[in-house]
Each structure stands twice: as C-alpha cells, then as structure tokens.
Design a protein around this ligand. Structure first.
Ligand code: COA
Length: 564
C-alpha cells in the first residue's frame, strides 16, 4: 500500500512506524504538518491509499479526511480524549494505559476505533514511556489497523461510552496548575509523580533561589536529607532537593523565558544555576559500583553476574557532554581492570546514545571549542573500547541511538539490539562529517557502499533492517525487561563458552592486523580534520543547525530527504 505519514515532527514514534511499515513492503511517504495547503499538495502528489498520523498536534482538514481514510494514533485507551493523555495517566498513577488508532473526524479523538492496545505504566518519565511502552503498543495497534484497512471488510467501532471497555474520557490540557510542587507538603512519591508526568516536556515550573525554572527529570535519593525545599547536594551536574520525607535528584533545568527574552533550553541543573548560587552545597558523588545497589541517581552503574561485567550508562536525551564522556571512560577503564572476560555496555532502557551534547555546546562561551572537546572526549571513549583486546565487549542497545551514539555501539565486538530500537547512523542532518572512528567501524560492518548510503540518505534504520545489513549482530524482541533477561543469559553463556579464549586471541590478532593496515590514529586524524572544518570553518551549517535543534525551531517545509 501507499501510506502517507503525517506528523508534527519526524519524531521517534513516527520513525519507528516508518521503519515497521517499510519493513512490511509498504511504500511510505512522510509529510510534516506545517500547513493545510502544503498537506493538500502532498496528498495530491503522493496519492496515498491510507493516511496515518503517528504524532499530530493539529487537526487534519476536513476535505482530506472526508476523501481519504486518515488514522490517528492517540496515546490513550478507548474513549480517552485530549492533548495530555500520558501526563494524566502518570500524574494519576495509572497502572495500565493504552494506545488507540482512530479515524479522523470533525471532533478531535472522537472518531471510530480501528485498534486499541494496552500497556503497563512503570515508574518512568513521560517521554521514556513514550519511546518504549507507548511506541511498542502503538506499533501493534497501527499494524493491526493497517491490516484491517487492507482487508477491506473491517468496520471500525464507533466511540460509545456505554460500552464496558470504553473507560477513557475527555480531559483538559494538563497545565502547570496540576504540576506545581509544594515542597512543604508534597511527599517524595507525589513529587516524583509530578516530575515524571512532565518529563521531558514541558517540565514542572518551580522556583529556586527566587528565580523561575522548569524542572526536567526526577529520581529518588535514598540517603541525603534536609529541610524541605533546600538544595542539599550536587552530583555530576544534577542537584538534590529535600522533600518532607526524603529527597529527589533534579538533573536538568530550563530557565523560564522572560517576555521578549532569549530562547531558553535545558541544561544540567548545576550549570543552569551557576556556581555562585550553589556555593556551599557539597558535591556528593557515588561510584558506579555503589550506585548499582542503591536507590539514588547516577548516570553510571557497574555490576557483575558470574563472569560478566555490566557497565550501565543513562544520559538524559542520550546526549553525552565532555564531562559525561570522561566519566564514562573512567568507569570503563575501571571495568576493564575487573577479572571478567565479557563486558556489556548500555543503558537499562531507552536511548543508548545520541552523541555529543548539543545543549551543553550551545550554552558554552565558545561552542566551536566545546564541540571540539566533546568530540575528542567521545573519541577517547570509543578508542578505549576499540583497543580492549582482553575482553569481549558487547553493546546492548535497548533503545534508540543516533549519530555518534550509533558509532559508539559499533566500537564493541558485538551489538545486540532490541527489536524496537531505531538507529540513525548518520551525522549530515547536523551538518557534521562525524567522528567516533566511524570511517573504520561502519564500512567494516556493512561494507563501503552501504556505509556511504546510510550516511548519505540520513534515514532511520529499524533494528531488523540493521540486523540484515550487519549493522547489529543480534536482534532481541520484547520490552526492556525481556531484552535484558536475554542479554544476561546470552552474555553469561558466551563467558562460559570454551571458544571464548580463542575468540579473544582472534580479536587481538584482528586488531593488530587492522592497526598494521591503517592505524586507528589515522582514522581519527582524518575524521577530526573534517570535524575541525565543520566546527571552525566559515559558511559551515553546523552552528545554525545545532541552534535550531536546541531551540526546537520548526522547519518551514518537510525536509527533502523525507520526500522520497
Ligand atoms: N544533544 C542534546 N540533546 C539531545 C541530543 C543531543 N545530541 N539528542 C537528543 N537530544 C534531546 C532532544 O533535544 C530531546 O529533548 P527534549 O526531550 O527536551 O525534547 C530529547 O533528547 C529526545 O530527542 P528527540 O529529538 O525528541 O527524540 P526523537 O526520538 O524524536 O529523535 C534523534 C531522536 C536522535 C533523531 C534526534 O534527537 C537527533 O537528531 N539528535 C541529534 C543527534 C546528533 O546529531 N548528535 C550530534 C552528532 S554526534
């Protein structure tokens, strides 16, 4: 079928559905919802059999939905309506929620239902839930709806609030009035629920040191305590704030924009506040090893099961600043000292990595210089992985990865990828050549021709397609919990396998042979020469593209690479 995806942004769910539908042989077009006339023109040109809206914040014009079947993906169970479904679900502590595919009609979210799929709501921030459980349920619902549409005999179910399985209702926009935290009255569980319902957007509007900020993210702290509302500690850029019965970590803040003032964006909380306001607040670190057995916030955790070491990292938005790369490298070096033969790298769930930290770069006094430090810190980390010859290193990709974040995974000996993950193995959309030794690892995995295609076409690649290309070695189905169950089982089997010793010898020989053919330093020098030009050269698009990304500037038209 010819399926046109209409979306407010080519976001994670739209990319996922794009990869899933293409995988099933459909011809898939994408149009960003940037105006009714642009949409009409695109519909006329693409001549879709079906229009599908995976993430749409505006209405489809009547002339389009009356002439074509338009299916809308709504992140709520049957009967749920309104713009803040997930915020309400998390805010009210729902244990189960759903995704419904309904037909566009005049009234928003009130059309007949083509499919609806439930999912369990865990203790996760809204966008994490969206990229994982919501996305998996949405794919199931969309595939069922597409199948029913193709079959031609299915009659969608009219929305009828008298039916026992229609339990949702129309709810208003979840404004800041519902999100406000009362630090002198809300307990930790309430604070965390409010923070999760607002993460990553729009954040919870709050006051710190007499200034207004949106707070993004929130994690429990098991030990630190203080007078409710006070900042009791900092750690790796996050701040810890006391509640009436505990404390929570707040990793990121965004200053409230003043009327007519400059655009503001998320930054590590300690950077957004600055050292003067935090003078006297202690930096309370935690080692990755200690963090693994505590209920506290840490971007790094290290644990061992049998002969396998697991270095877990989790960076908000998958973005890795210079400091984050250096801390991960230090933890990696420590893990390399451990008496284990197999090392597994990757977050517990969600983004694997999205490369250098564009927000931190944007906020730097000299963004070109900070970009340079950041890419070098990334390269140091990748180099350490590439040159580890006494252990088998597995990258466990539980969630999406992009740009340098994909290349970070490719530094490992094997890449095991959750079936739901979407990979964007390219840099061009940020105006960068890219580094992270990709000119060594990518062609080595997929061949020069595919490497060229992937980096030039700048399209997302689903995990199964990545498996067919050789970009990843194993594709594992199921949610993050099932994924890690499989990863642990298979990593431990590898560690116990008699062939492991031979594999490590072969690995060492291959590295030596590759080094003799072309040293890693030569790849790095070549890539960094291109990156230096991207960062410091005149007329380079990188600084503009990065600013637009960080400031969330909407494009004027659907980018040409999506029009194919
Ligand atoms: N630096 C800083 N923030 C980043 C980031 C990066 N490299 N990559 C993603 N983020 C942030 C986004 O701004 C967004 O923040 P928000 O939650 O406050 O809106 C969040 O992470 C999730 O990203 P989003 O773009 O909403 O997710 P998506 O799944 O729709 O798209 C990507 C994912 C990876 C395609 C997109 O984020 C992207 O292009 N990132 C930049 C990749 C890149 O060029 N890296 C630098 C070169 S190595």
């Amino acid at each position: 079928m010819r399926i046109l995806l209409v979306a407010s942004a080519f976001n994670s769910l739209t990319q996922r559905i794009h990869t899933e539908l293409r995988d099933r042989g459909h011809r898939v077009g994408v149009e960003l919802a940037l105006g009714d006339d642009l949409l009409r023109a695109r519909v006329a040109q693409f001549e879709p059999d079906l229009i599908l809206a995976p993430m749409l914040t505006t209405a489809i014009p009547e002339d389009i939905w009356s002439e074509h079947t338009v299916l809308i993906v709504h992140p709520g169970p049957k009967g749920d309506r309104g713009p803040s479904s997930l915020d309400w679900a998390i805010g009210e502590g729902a244990a189960e929620w759903g995704v419904t595919v309904l037909q566009a009609v005049a009234e928003m979210d009130a059309g007949p239902i083509w499919a609806s799929e439930p999912f369990a709501v865990g203790p996760h921030g809204k966008s994490q839930l969206y990229r994982n459980e919501v996305s998996d349920a949405a794919v199931r619902a969309v595939l069922l709806a597409v199948e029913r549409f193709a079959d031609g005999r299915f009659t969608p179910e009219p929305l009828d609030y008298d039916r026992p399985d229609v339990r949702g209702r129309l709810r208003p926009y979840h404004s800041q009035q519902y999100r406000r935290i009362d630090w002198s009255a809300d307990d930790t569980a309430t604070v965390l629920r409010k923070l999760r319902a607002a993460d990553s957007q729009p954040g919870v509007l709050d006051e710190l040191f007499g200034r207004e900020f949106f707070v993004h993210g929130g994690h429990n702290e098991d030990r630190l305590r203080g007078y409710p509302g006070t900042i009791v500690a900092t750690r790796d850029g996050a701040i810890c704030r006391a509640t009436i019965d505990g404390a929570v970590w707040l990793p990121q803040l965004r200053p409230r924009r003043t009327p007519g003032g400059p655009v503001t964006f998320k930054r590590p909380a300690a950077d957004a506040l600055g050292p003067d306001l935090l003078a006297g607040v202690p930096e309370v670190g935690v080692t990755p090893f200690e963090a693994a057995s505590r209920d506290t916030w840490s971007e790094l955790r290290y644990r061992e099961h049998g002969e396998v070491g697991y270095l877990e990292f989790a960076f908000a938005g998958g973005a890795m600043s210079t400091g984050q790369c250096r801390r991960l490298l230090a933890a990696y070096r420590q893990a390399c000292e451990r008496p284990v033969d197999v090392l597994v790298l990757g977050p517990d769930r969600d983004f694997f990595s999205n490369g250098i930290h564009l927000n931190v770069i944007e906020a730097a006094d000299d963004p070109a210089e900070e970009s340079w430090h950041n890419i070098n810190a990334m390269n140091d980390l990748v180099e350490a992985i590439l040159t580890t010859t006494d252990k088998l290193v597995i990258a466990a990709v539980a969630g999406n990865a992009a740009a340098g974040g994909v290349m970070l995974a490719l530094a490992a000996d094997e890449v095991w990828c959750r079936e739901s993950a979407v990979l964007n193995p390219h840099y061009r959309l940020m105006g960068l050549h890219g580094s992270e030794y990709w000119t060594y690892t990518l062609p080595r995995r997929v061949g020069a021709e595919q490497a060229d295609r992937l980096t030039r076409e700048t399209m997302p690649v689903g995990a199964r397609a990545a498996g067919r290309l050789g970009l990843v070695d194993r594709v594992v189905s199921g949610g993050p919990v099932e994924f890690w169950g499989r990863v642990r089982g298979e990593a431990e089997a590898l560690a116990a396998a008699p062939e492991l010793a031979d594999r490590l010898v072969a690995k060492k020989q291959r590295r030596a042979a590759d080094e003799a053919a072309k040293p890693l330093a030569a790849y790095r020098d070549y890539e960094l020469a291109q990156m230096r030009q991207n960062f410091y050269g005149e007329h380079e698009p990188y600084h503009r593209l990065r600013r637009n990304f960080v400031h969330k500037v909407r494009p004027q038209a659907t980018p040409t690479h999506l029009l194919a």
